[in-house]
Design a binder for this molecule. Sequence first.
Ligand code: FAD
Length: 427
Amino acid sequence: MRLLVIGGVAAGLSAASRARRIDPSLEIVVLEKGADISYGACGLPYYLEGRVRDAGQLKVYTPEYFRTERNIAVRTGARVVSISHARREVVLDRAAERVHYDKLVIATGARPRTADFEGAASPQVFTLHTLEDAERLKTYLRDKQPKHALVIGAGYIGLETADALRRNGLAVTVVEQSPDVLGRGDAELTKAVRERLERFRVVLQLNTRVSDLQGYDLAIMATGLRPNVEIAAEAGVQLGPAGAIRVDEHMETNLPGVYAAGDCAEAPHLVTGRPAYIPLGTTANKMGRVAGANAAGRRERFGGIVGTAILNVFGMGVAFSGLSAGQARREGFSPVSARITANSRAGYFDGRPMTVELVADSATRRLLGGSIWGEDGVEGRINVIATALYNRMRVEDLEQLDLAYAPPFATVWDPVVIAAQQLSKMV
Ligand code: FAD
C-alpha cells in the first residue's frame, strides 16, 4: 500500500508524517519539484531583512531526516506533470517516469499571481515565495545595491517585504490597487497601517495600478496567490469558486482516495459557513495532518478556519480574525461594530495603546470578527477573538470571559472585554 504525496512543504510533510505515525507499514513517498523541502516560508521576510542570518535556520528537516527518522522517501527535483487516477499513477517530467499510488495527497501549494505592467518581466522584478526567491533577491540587493523599491500589493507579504527592504536602507513605495490594505475593506485599519508606514518613511499609494516601473530599480510583486491546481483539475479533481481544490471535511476530493490540503485547497469558513480560500501556514499544517490521517485509514475531520492572521508592520502588530464590517455586510449579515483603544497592560509596566475593533451581527448578537493593532499584546488578544469565533460566541459571552490579569501582562479590564462591553451597547 503506497501513499504518494505531491508537495514537500507544510501540508505535504504534515500529511506524510501523520500517516506514518498512524500506519508504520505504509510505504510513503513525497514528490517535490523544488530543491528544498520543509522550510518556513513565513520566515522569508526576516531572512530578507537580515534578522534571520542564515537560510539554513528556515529549513526545518532534510530529506535525509525523513528517510532515517520517519521512513518516508522524499524525492526532490521530482515534478509531477500529470495524474491518471484510473491507473492510480502520476507521471514525472523527468524521463516520463510513472509512479503508482494507492492513496494520493495533493499538497502543491500556490504561486504568486503576476501583475501585468510594462517591465514586469525585467530582471529587477521579484516575488518572495520560495527560499530560491529570497536568495535571488538577497543577491540582487548585495550586487546591484538598488535604492528605490516598489512593492506592488499591500497584503501581508507586501507589507512585511516593505518593512524588510526599508530596514535594508531602501526608499520604499507600496502601491495597492484597492482603497484598503490587507484585503479587509477596513478604513480604520488602513489608516493605522498608513500612519505606521509613514512614520518609517514608506510611501503608501492606494487606488493605484502600476503601469510601469517609473524609475524604480527594484520591484516586488506581492499581488496575491493562485493555487497550483492544474494537474489536479486535468485529472478530474473538482475546484471551488475561488479556483482552489474543493475538499470535504475529511480533506478528500471528489476522487475517492485522493486528498488535498494546504494552499492548493479551499477550507470551510466557520463564520460565513461557506468554503473560503485563505492560504496560510497554520491551515496548511492542520489540513495536511487530517489528509494524512485519513489517507492512512482514519476518519478525521478538519474543523475549519475563521481567517485569523497577524503581521508585523514596523513593530506594530496588526491582526484580524473573522470578518470586517464591510465583509460581513457583503455576506448578508447586519453588522454593527465598536472600536476602542486601551492599554495593553498596566501603564506602570509600559502598557501601550492597542485598538480593538469587534464586529457582531445585530440580528443574533453573534460575534463575526475583530481586528487589533498595537505595539504590544496583539497576539494574545486576537487569539481570544479567534477562539470566540470558532465557538460561535455572542457579544455577552465575550463580556464575561475570565481572562488573565496581573499588571505586567494585562489590565484589569482587558481590551477585548472593554470592546465587547462597548459593542454590547450597540447590538
Ligand atoms: P507550499 O509551501 O507552497 O508547498 C507546496 C510545494 O509543492 C512546493 O514546494 C512546490 O514546489 C511543490 N509542488 C507544486 N507543484 C508540484 C508538482 N507538480 N510536483 C511536485 N511538487 C510540486 N503563513 C502563516 O500562517 N503565517 C505567516 O506569517 C506567513 N508568512 C508568510 C510569508 C511569506 C513570504 C510567504 C511566501 C508565505 C507565508 N505564509 C504564512 C504562508 C505559508 O508559508 C503557506 O501557507 C504554506 O507554506 C503553505 O504550505 P503548502 O504545503 O500548502 O504549500
